[in-house]
Structures are given as structure tokens and as C-alpha cells.
Design a protein. Structure first.
Length: 478
């Protein structure tokens, strides 16, 4: 019981940060969209892609190697941190030199103009991003959940205050949004460095080339998978940037920001579910229990999917009337967090069988699907085409994960997933096509139908007959 209490206490502490950050972001996004037009908001998307690109390449997988070696008693924590962060910091220096040499063309590609202010801040920002990553990993590995959460919330508060402040007092342009993000992260990182000061013991005699080599052997093979995932998650905006207008990119990005809130469910569920699933596997818990979790999660996520679409008009009104077309982009974008979260319960066979190399192929399949659909549809239907590409790519991601897992685990029934997938695809397509008030009635009908279709699966989860007997006993006693 004590272990369970500790687990849930730890989970809650780590969950506070993402939930708090999501809430603050949910406030920041609509305020920002009321202060800037879609075109200016669209210009911030390439900076966001740059953020994810840096985190994909610059660490060389050494962040994951640091986590792997953290509990190795052979090395002191400060020595391990120093050797893990050394190469990424050197690469950030190389990136700074590249920015100096090619400042104008890079700025034009990112922001459609030469913006010396942002480019100069960008050079300062990159090394701080590296330091922040490793110090946060250090906090996570020490299981300081509350400190980790407070830092995330603090950073989001800084971003919100500084971004809104710059928009009101400096410029109502993308420059204020990007500048607010970079300066906030730098300030937050400096605070984190002060708090974690004892972790820094950077001396020349701490350099261990053997340790660095061993960590690179672990980290570098992860890079292809990381790059493929980056392509999967960035294809839509890269293709939109090529074939669409900045205005439409801004609307698309606003819709994405709304969907991002659902990623918190994914993050919290994975934190809770993965260790439990491994424990169940070791304890030879019946496969039926895994199915119950999967069915329950699938029904819950499906209801959220339809529920969000029922409320989409209100959500779009919060953004500002200029972003009204985001409501037609939203439906297919919802498949990204929904499908990924559902796949967490069906992909276990890959992990249990230690066939994790298949994850690269899963991501590659989804990335190819995403790129193909984006190139096919974006030139003709813009943001809706990009959303369809992302949504269908994550459906492919789900099925690739599920079918490979099923091959190496056990032949669980696919009927539940197939039926619900078809229903949600019909719901999404209908919400894109139907653009009059009758869509609310249609969505309510879809929700009722969805619950009705899933009653047999709910019966498996809850055991309705047993529940009915309990209710009858309660009524007799009353």
C-alpha cells in the first residue's frame, strides 16, 4: 500500500507541471490571437519548428544516454552531467557560428524577412536550451516531481507575462511572441542554474572520453528515429509554408495550439500506464485486464473527440473571429493525440518482446503517409489538407504499432478499434463538410450512436450484469 501511495504521490507531483503549463498556455493562446492577426501568428510557426529541430539534432541522443547512465554508481552525478552536456554545448557553439555566417538567408527562411533582433537573441538562446534540457532531466531522475512541475509552470508564466507585455507595449507582431518565448526560457534557465549550482563541477580533469564514447554508442543510434519523428510532426507546417499563405499557417497553428492541450492526457496516462503495464506483465496478469484498460481508454478518448467538436465553436470564438476557419482544421488534427494515446495500450507487445527497433519503422510509415498526403492535398485545400495528412498519418501510426505488437504478443481482437476508427473518421469528415448550425444536432447524434455502439465493450469493462445485481441489493436494503 505504501508503494502505491508513493507512486500516486509521485505521479501527481509530476502531473501538476504539465497540467499547469497547459492551463497557462490555454490562457496565453487566445489573448495572443486577439492581439495579432493570423499572418503575424503564422510567422511564429517556423520558430516552433526550429525549437523541435534543435532538440532533435543537437543533443546527439546524449540526453537519453544520460538517463540510462544516471544510476550507474561508477560515475559521480556531476561528472556524468558534465560529460553528457559537453558535446551538445560545443554543437550549440557551432550552430551560433553558422547563424553568424548565414544570418540573413536563415532569417528570411524562418521569418520571411531579415530580423536582426530575433537572430541575435537566437544565438544567445540555443546554449540555454541545451543546459535547460539536461538540468531538467537531472531533476526528473532525482524524482523531484514538485520542483520539476514548479519550473514548468514558472516558465509558462514568464512566457505569458512577457509575450503579452511585449505585444501591448512593443510591437503587435510575431517578433514580440518569439522574443517573449526566448527571453522567458533564458531567464527561467538562469534561475534553474542557480538552484542546481551544486550539480555543476566543470573541470578539465572531469572529461572522460571513454564515458563520452560509450554514451554516443547508445545515443547516436536513437537519432534516426528522432529525426523521423520530427519529420512526422513537422510535415504539415513545412508543406504549408511551401504551398500556402502565412495567414492560413497562422490559422492552422492556432488550431494546433488548441489540440496541444489534449497532449496532457497522453503524457499523464503514459506516466501512469507504462510502469503498471510492465508490472502486470511480470506478474502474468490476465490479458483480459489489458483489454479492459484499452477499451476503457478508447471509449473515453472517443467521447472527448466528439465532445471537443461539439464545443469547437466556443473554442474558436475564444481565439478571435479572424481565426474562425480553424474549426474546420480542428477535426482531423484531433486524431494526433487521440491515436497516439490509444496506441499506448496496444503497442505493449513491441516493448515486452524487446523488438523496439520496430518503432523506427512505425514512425517512418507514419511520416511517409503524412508527407504524401500533405503534398497531394495542401496545394488544393490548404490547412484542411494538412490536418487530414496529420490525422491519417497518426491513424497509420496506430495501426502499424498495433499490428506489429499483436504479432509478438497475443492475437487480441481488432473489431473494437476498427469500428471506432470508422466512426471517428465519419465524425471528422462530417464536421469539415457541414458548415451550418445543424452540425450540433448531428454531433449529439454521433455521440449517442458512439455510446450505443460501445455498449457491448462497456459490458466487458464494467460487467453490467454484476453491477445490476449490486444495485438491486442496494434497493432491497433501502
Amino acid at each position: 500500500m505504501q508503494k502505491k501511495d508513493n507512486f500516486f504521490s509521485s505521479l501527481l507531483k509530476f502531473a501538476i507541471g504539465p497540467l499547469g503549463a497547459a492551463l497557462i498556455s490555454f490562457i496565453t493562446v487566445p489573448v495572443t490571437t486577439w492581439l495579432v492577426d493570423p499572418e503575424q501568428y503564422g510567422l511564429t510557426t517556423m520558430f516552433t519548428l526550429l525549437q523541435t529541430l534543435i532538440t532533435s539534432f543537437i543533443y546527439l541522443g546524449l540526453d537519453q544516454a544520460y538517463v540510462r547512465e544516471y544510476n550507474n554508481k561508477k560515475y559521480s552525478k556531476s561528472k556524468l552531467l558534465f560529460n553528457s552536456i559537453l558535446l551538445p554545448l560545443l554543437i550549440s557553439g557551432v550552430a551560433t557560428v553558422i547563424l553568424i555566417l548565414f544570418m540573413e538567408p536563415i532569417s528570411i527562411y524562418l521569418f520571411s524577412e531579415v530580423n536582426y533582433i530575433l537572430m541575435n537573441w537566437l544565438m544567445v538562446w540555443i546554449p540555454f536550451v541545451v543546459i535547460e534540457r539536461f538540468l531538467l532531466l537531472n531533476i526528473r531522475m532525482q524524482e523531484k516531481g514538485m520542483q520539476y512541475s514548479l519550473y514548468n509552470i514558472l516558465t509558462r508564466i514568464f512566457i505569458m507575462i512577457l509575450t503579452i507585455g511585449l505585444l501591448l507595449c512593443y510591437q503587435r507582431t510575431y517578433t514580440s511572441i518569439v522574443l517573449g518565448t526566448m527571453i522567458s526560457q533564458i531567464v527561467s534557465c538562469i534561475i534553474l542554474m542557480i538552484i542546481s549550482g551544486r550539480q555543476f563541477d566543470f573541470k578539465n580533469d572531469n572529461i572522460d572520453l571513454v564515458l563520452i564514447k560509450n554514451m554516443l554508442k547508445f545515443g547516436l543510434p536513437i537519432l534516426p528515429s528522432v529525426i523521423i519523428v520530427w519529420v512526422l510532426n513537422s510535415s504539415d507546417r513545412l508543406v504549408l509554408n511551401q504551398y500556402s499563405t502565412i495567414n492560413e499557417i497562422g490559422i492552422y497553428f492556432a488550431a494546433m495550439k488548441l489540440v496541444t492541450a489534449l497532449n496532457m492526457i497522453q503524457s499523464i496516462f503514459a506516466t501512469f500506464w507504462v510502469p503498471m503495464a510492465y508490472r502486470w506483465h511480470e506478474e502474468n496478469v490476465e490479458k483480459e485486464q489489458f483489454e479492459k484498460v484499452s477499451y476503457g481508454l478508447g471509449i473515453f478518448m472517443g467521447m472527448i473527440f466528439i465532445g471537443v467538436l461539439l464545443c469547437k465553436k466556443i473554442m474558436i470564438m475564444i481565439l478571435s473571429p479572424e481565426y474562425s476557419d480553424a474549426q474546420y482544421i480542428l477535426p482531423f488534427l484531433l486524431f494526433s493525440p487521440i491515436m497516439y494515446t490509444m496506441s499506448e495500450t496496444t503497442t505493449l507487445g513491441i516493448a515486452f518482446s524487446r523488438k523496439t527497433h520496430f518503432n523506427i519503422w512505425v514512425s517512418l510509415i507514419a511520416a511517409v503517409v503524412n508527407l504524401s498526403i500533405n503534398f497531394a492535398l495542401v496545394p488544393y485545400i490548404g490547412g484542411i489538407g494538412a490536418a487530414m495528412g496529420t490525422g491519417i498519418a497518426y491513424i497509420a501510426f496506430f495501426w502499424a504499432r498495433t499490428l506489429i505488437s499483436r504479432r509478438y504478443w497475443y492475437k487480441f481482437d481488432l473489431k473494437f478499434y476498427l469500428i471506432n476508427m470508422i466512426v471517428l473518421l465519419v465524425v471528422a469528415a462530417t464536421n469539415v463538410i457541414v458548415r451550418n448550425p445543424s452540425i450540433y444536432v448531428i454531433d449529439i447524434a454521433f455521440l449517442i450512436a458512439f455510446i450505443g455502439i460501445n455498449l457491448p465493450f462497456l459490458n466487458k469493462i464494467i460487467d453490467l450484469k454484476h453491477l445490476n445485481l449490486i444495485l438491486k441489493k442496494i434497493q432491497k436494503k433501502a
